[in-house]
Design a protein around this ligand. Structure first.
Ligand code: HEM
Length: 494
């Protein structure tokens, strides 16, 4: 009854009328069953179909019992407005997001707002603005890739099947463990399993209006997983503080001195910026979470899409620097050639690692979108980067096809340049004040790993099972992993 009264007084409208609802909307339960019963991949496909076949850029309303009124947007102009109006006077994560992700992300950057968010964003900006990325490429990637290399060499000799998703996730876990915590972290560490479990369940909370019932009645395993994740974060911060005290005993009382731009890890930068250690612990876990699965997802889907169209493999191999000469990557811009960059962006257009986004109207007086939609306070705004990537209105009739060429622009002298698309048309890394801090790192890491994979080995998928699907999670992992057989590649001598 309270919900109904709330809905009446908080009606979403456009030019004085109700918005259209999607086909299949039921009385009372609205679209609730769809969200509750469909797996995430099917839901994303549904968003794409509804956009392409029914609504186009028109904003429509969805309703799920027990939740605040909500809309789905698909028009880049409307999304640009939402991205620009980030903050308490416009749109933000809001209680809808914060409640669901609180247990896992706590006070970390993904969940925080206001001053707490600003401090972490500043520390992150400082970290990525320094020469850390160069250090990663020159020193960290080659060391961690060595293990992957050994595994692939062994598989090439013995015929063993390798799950490339696992192999890539191990690599990104190690890299992000170094970036976020300054430590060697493996996927076999109990933290990783606990973190994966807690992430998967957190992802499902956004679809399940009854998630609280689940949590209170059956949440024992989830609570245990979260407690392992939190203890790990706290322990990392405790060790980082001890290290700092040992290295700089005189600066104990005034630790604002870490100006080293090339060394050091994110925990240290966060300790400089954020006074409360438990917030630093949450933040470090958030950075790890933001970078680990997303990048592993992108590598897995990239390799899969290239294996499906072998004629495109030379897109990467034609431009490889001499074998083993990691220092040719020294200039990051030469590592990211237009073609390899195009493969990366095109993969993420079809398989965005953050496939679903939402915000809430924070302005207590409500907001009006550029298309005239009037949103009361606390209305939920949903957009689906997965559906944006498959939008025929944005990408043309071949939107569902993998075609890196769509990103390449050729100038008169046949020089190649990457086409720029706005964050509102290509919201894979979000946009506005809360755009992804690790975009450049993700691009460099993705292209680096794919280049190293294709330089030495040829891959064949073990089971060609038609269109691959993603597994339920916060990000977009491949269901069943990417199992391949491996052969040594005969690269022409350089
Ligand atoms: C292909 C890889 C990646 C993709 C597709 C991606 C995408 C995104 C998206 C969509 C958001 C906005 C999430 C939201 O607020 O709802 C985001 C935020 C963020 N990303 Fe990434 N990301 C990637 C890799 C990385 C990496 C490697 C890092 C490095 C640590 C990173 C750090 C962050 C951080 C810290 C935020 C929060 C920013 C804020 O709220 O101010 N991301 N990312």
């Amino acid at each position: 009854v309270k919900q109904l009264a709330y809905r009446r007084s908080h009606r979403i409208s456009r030019h004085g009328r109700s918005l259209r609802t999607p086909p299949g909307t039921l009385p009372v339960v609205g679209n609730g069953l769809k969200f509750l019963l469909l797996d995430r991949q099917t839901l994303f496909d549904w968003f794409s179909e509804v956009h392409n076949d029914v609504f186009g850029f028109e904003t429509y309303e969805i309703s799920v019992p027990t939740l605040p009124p909500g809309i789905v947007i698909s028009d880049p102009e409307v999304l640009e407005f939402v991205m620009k109006k980030e903050g308490s006077e416009g749109f933000g994560k809001g209680p809808f997001f914060e409640e669901r992700s609180w247990h896992l992300f706590g006070h970390g950057i993904i969940n925080a707002s206001g001053q707490l968010w600003k401090m972490q964003r500043k520390a992150g900006n400082k970290f990525f603005a320094g020469s850390h990325l160069q250090v990663l490429v020159d020193e960290v990637f080659p060391v961690f890739w060595q293990r992957a290399k050994e595994e692939l060499d062994e598989a090439a000799e013995t015929g063993k099947v390798v799950d490339m998703e696992e192999l890539y996730l191990e690599f990104t876990t190690r890299v992000m463990g170094r970036v976020a915590f300054g430590m060697d972290l493996s996927n076999s560490h109990p933290f990783s399993a606990a973190f994966d479990y807690a992430s998967d369940l957190t992802g499902l909370r956004f679809q399940n209006p009854l998630w609280k019932v689940n949590y209170y009645l059956f949440g024992h395993k989830f609570r245990k997983a979260v407690s392992i994740v939190k203890s790990f974060g706290n322990e990392i911060v405790r060790l980082a503080v001890c290290r700092r005290d040992l290295e700089n005993p005189s600066e104990k009382s005034n630790p604002q001195t870490n100006d080293d731009e090339s060394g050091g890890d994110l925990v240290n930068m966060l300790l400089d910026a954020v006074p409360e250690h438990h917030v630093v612990a949450d933040s470090a876990i958030n950075f790890l979470s933001a970078g680990r699965d997303t990048t592993a997802n992108s590598m897995t889907w990239m390799l899969h899409l290239l294996l499906e169209q072998p004629s495109l493999t030379n897109y990467i191999t034609d431009e490889l620097p001499p074998s083993g000469d990691f220092h040719t990557y020294a200039s990051l811009s030469t590592a990211l050639t237009p073609k390899s960059h195009a493969v990366f962006l095109e993969t993420l257009r079809l398989y965005p690692p953050v496939p679903f986004e939402l915000k809430q109207t924070l302005n207590s007086a409500g907001m009006t979108l550029p298309d005239g939609t009037v949103l009361p306070h606390e209305s939920v705004i949903v957009w689906c980067p997965y559906a944006y990537g498959r939008s025929k209105k944005i990408w043309g009739e071949d939107a569902y096809e993998f075609n890196p060429e769509r990103w390449i622009e050729r100038t008169g002298d046949e020089a190649e340049k990457l086409k720029v698309r706005s964050a509102a048309e290509y919201p894979v890394f979000n946009g506005g004040a809360r755009s992804c801090l690790g975009k450049r790192m993700a691009e460099v890491m993705g292209v680096w790993v794919l280049s190293e994979s294709l330089r030495e080995w040829e891959f064949e998928e073990v089971e060609k099972v038609g269109r691959r699907r993603s597994r339920n999670s916060l990000t977009l992992p491949m269901e069943g992993g990417l199992k391949v057989r491996v052969r040594k590649r005969n690269m022409p001598a350089l």
